[in-house]
Design a binder for this molecule. Structure first.
Ligand code: BG6
Length: 489
């Protein structure tokens, strides 16, 4: 059973690292500013470097201030926040390091251990927490992705963590689930009666999910080169989006109700085989080009040598169940694409029979629901409309958006665009794991991804080059056009 007792301390492992500085401390500061950190609540960071508390607090101040632009830090909130901070220089993979932490936790009853660390350290940190008695039945542990590199390694990590923490105390983060519009997808589907009766293969033609980034891999290549776009983005963020679009209505928002439905979707994904790898998947790698008006180096130059890692993936995923039979889900994601865009497009089928003749017949386009997650948060339903005016040739039709712009609809204190981690950290503090990924979900996702990777290996599918600033290699267009559809660019 989930334990709703509010946490009284969060311990950030990797507290001087990039994720902690860019996302976690600013998120905690904003939670404090909004009154979500009840007293007592302490924030203890740990990393190997020796540093005194004052230097550490200064470091956090700069990180939070950078994120609080343009308003800047609120002096009273900062003082309250800074008083919560503590730093322990220790090697947390050893019992000695864990003992030093234990002393700093000072008898806290409901600690959160947040591992913003290399996943290869998860087992040894958990073991040390177990041995020192810090992994009490009240404690919670947060794990960042990637959990493994494939099914086998993910099982090994899950097993090692599971020896110390029960599953309901393990919070596996997928930061996409903390994004407002991703949660809004749940609201759109299940807080309205309009869509659900249409949400199936009788009315929907296909679904497109695009996660496009303009950034390159840059100096993250030592990590990225081992993972590639398939493991870095599809295994987690994109499959989570697919699950939320495709899942059956859960009976409530309890963690297991939602996660059971997501697992059913993952179980229904048709495996990609060597025989169909070329037809249903595309791998790409950027070479030098121009993105947003600036020249950009190719991945091999960034990497310092040629590499077999994909920086772009396009896939056709089929969900073999009653609701989705015959409705392909087209997924694409990549680095150095022409624009930053995260979007889900639900393409409805054309009307069964057109009563319109002449030009209006040609104007007729099928409805589409477009959910934009980034850079703007918008939901648009494209509907056919009579174009105003007279024409001797008869009526003209036009597709117009019925639009829900979150930025326009909401102003005031809730209008600030929140960091996805704010929602997720708040949920860990309150012990709610609905927006976290359960062990079987991670493992099912890996199973499908391993199938794709094996199909690529067996059919010797090397990544095809694309110029930085293009929408992936030509094959990505062919992939969707083979089915008589096209990407919405
Ligand atoms: C991370 C990936 O999980 O998500 C990165 O490791 C990627 O490669 C990032 O850039 C994208 O997240 P967001 O929130 O910027 O879309």
């Amino acid at each position: 059973m989930a334990d709703p007792t509010p946490a009284d301390v969060i311990v950030l492992f990797g507290g001087t690292g990039d994720l902690a500085q860019r996302m976690l401390f600013p998120s905690l500061y904003f939670l404090d500013a909004d009154g979500f950190l009840a007293e007592p609540f302490r924030i203890v960071a740990t990393a190997r470097a020796e540093m005194d508390r004052a230097a550490f607090v200064d470091q956090v101040r700069s990180a939070v201030a950078a994120r609080a632009e343009p308003e800047g830090l609120d002096a009273a909130v900062w003082d309250r926040f800074a008083a919560r901070l503590d730093y322990v220089g220790a090697d947390a993979t050893t019992p000695k390091g864990a003992e030093a932490l234990k002393a700093a936790l000072n008898g806290a009853r409901t600690p959160i251990f947040y591992l913003a660390l290399s996943p290869s350290l998860y087992p040894s940190v958990c073991q040390a927490l177990g041995e020192t008695g810090l992994a009490s039945p009240q404690s919670r542990i947060v794990l960042e992705k990637p959990i493994g590199h494939d099914l086998e390694s993910s099982r090994a990590t899950n097993r090692a963590v599971g020896e110390v923490f029960d599953e309901e105390r393990i919070f596996r983060i997928d930061h996409y689930l903390g994004k407002e519009t991703v949660q809004n997808l749940i609201a759109l589907r299940f807080a309205n009666t309009l869509f659900e009766p249409l949400w199936n293969n009788l009315t929907i033609d296909h679904v497109q999910i695009t996660v496009a980034e303009t950034e390159g891999v840059g100096d993250r290549w030592p990590y990225y080169d081992e993972y590639g776009a398939l493991r870095d983005m599809v295994q987690n963020h994109m499959l989570q989006l697919l699950c939320l679009v495709a899942m059956e209505p859960p009976s409530d928002m309890e963690p297991d109700s939602v996660r059971n439905e997501k697992v059913k979707v993952l179980r229904s994904l048709r495996p990609v085989t060597r025989a169909d790898a070329q037809a249903v998947s595309v791998r790409g790698q950027y070479v030098a080009g121009v993105v947003e008006g600036k020249t950009a180096a190719g991945y091999p130059e960034e990497r310092g040598q040629a590499s077999d890692t994909e920086t772009f993936v396009a896939l056709r995923a089929d969900i073999d169940n009653w609701r989705w039979a015959g409705v392909p889900f087209f997924l694409r994601t990549g680095k150095r694409l022409p624009e930053r865009r995260t979007q889900i497009a639900i393409q409805f089928k054309p009307v069964p029979h057109s009563i319109f003749g002449g030009s209006a017949k040609e104007d007729l386009a099928a409805n589409r629901l477009v959910i934009d997650l980034q850079p703007d948060e918008d939901i648009e339903l494209l509907l056919m409309n009579k174009a105003p005016g007279l024409s001797e040739a008869g009526m003209r039709l036009q597709s117009l958006p019925l639009s829900l712009s979150l930025a326009k609809a909401y102003s005031g204190p809730n209008a600030r665009r929140r960091i996805a981690y704010e929602r997720l950290i708040l949920d860990v503090i309150g012990g709610n794991s609905t927006l976290f990924v359960r062990r079987d979900e991670v493992e099912r996702a890996w199973e499908w991804i391993d199938g794709v990777a094996a199909a690529w290996r067996e059919s010797q599918m090397a990544p095809k080059p694309y110029a930085a600033g293009a929408w992936g290699p030509a094959g990505a267009f062919a992939l969707i056009e083979r089915s008589g559809r096209a990407w919405y660019d």
